[in-house]
Design a protein around this ligand. Structure first.
Ligand code: TYC
Length: 125
């Protein structure tokens, strides 16, 4: 685990389940400095995966892709497909970079194999 020293700022910061403050106090008696050490957690950048409308891909194919690649229920898949059909673009989900990239690739690969022009893109949220 990577840790980073953070200035001790009194009664602030996140609590553990038992209500106590996270991390222990690390006193440096040479400098008289008190720091807290906490695990360095990074929130991943998130990406929206979008489907684009076209005039040729069958509705049923789009619904099956949404169920298979994005784990949507039949009802949600139908709703998203109709939204894309009517508005031109729609969100299938929001994921960390590599997950989003894999889903885009799966959609594009299955569309190409079935000779449909369906387009799927990702954008930073
Ligand atoms: N517009 C297509 C049709 O009428 C259906 C469709 C929906 C295509 C969503 C792509 O992302 C899409 N057959």
């Amino acid at each position: 685990m990577v840790t980073q020293p953070v200035p001790f700022v009194g009664k602030a910061g996140p609590k553990d389940d038992d209500g106590s403050r996270k991390g222990g106090d690390d006193a440096n008696f040479e400098t008289g400095t008190v720091t807290k050490t906490r695990p360095k957690t990074k929130r991943p950048n998130l990406y929206r995966v979008l489907l684009l409308n076209d005039d040729y891909t069958p509705m049923e194919f789009v619904v099956l892709v949404l169920q298979d690649v994005f784990n949507k229920s039949r009802e949600d898949a139908m709703r998203i497909m109709l939204h894309v059909h009517q508005k031109g673009v729609g969100e299938c989900g929001v994921y960390p970079y590599e997950v989003a990239e894999t889903k885009v690739t799966r959609v594009m690969d299955t569309a190409r194999k079935n000779q449909h022009p369906l387009q799927c893109v990702m954008e930073k949220q």
